[in-house]
Design a protein around this ligand. Structure first.
Ligand code: FES
Ligand code: FES
Length: 138
């Protein structure tokens, strides 16, 4: 049997992802696809409009283990943070939390992070909060 190239953390989250599912009437949402593999991830948010704190966050993934593990960990990190704090989440932080990722799986993780940023943008657009200094997706 070939050895599995994933960290224990990635395997744990793949087998037992957190915040999986859908939110009824989300305040922001995004469905992002990866041109590299054709997979899709959906991410939805509930945001407190007074504090701008992400009160709930759920995802659904039609991607691979890296994508599911990344989406799971970013939902855990983003929950309870303000939308500004969540927007500043860096790809490098996510990979560190995951205990590393195989190089060929980088795009899967970027896809998950992209879905968080797009869902926040969708919330901002719907609420007239479009930021002028939107951070890049690195
Ligand atoms: Fe997307 Fe395998 S190519 S999960
Ligand atoms: Fe498509 Fe990982 S191979 S999300």
């Amino acid at each position: 049997m070939p050895s599995i190239p994933y960290s224990k953390k990635v395997m744990d989250l793949f087998l037992n992802p957190k915040n999986l599912g859908e939110i009824e009437n989300p305040d922001g949402q995004a469905t992002e696809g990866s041109p590299a593999c054709g997979d899709i991830v959906q991410l939805q948010l509930k945001v407190n409009k007074d504090t701008q704190v992400i009160e709930d966050i759920k995802f659904k993934s039609f991607g691979c283990a890296s994508n599911i593990a990344t989406a799971s960990i970013i939902t855990e990190i983003a929950k309870g943070k303000t939308i500004q704090e969540a927007k500043n989440l860096k790809y490098s932080q996510v990979v560190e939390e995951l205990g590393g990722l195989p190089a060929v799986k980088v795009h899967c993780s970027i896809l998950a992070l992209q879905s968080l940023k797009r869902a926040i943008e969708n919330y901002e657009e719907k609420n007239g909060l479009v930021a002028k200094d939107r951070p890049t997706d690195e």
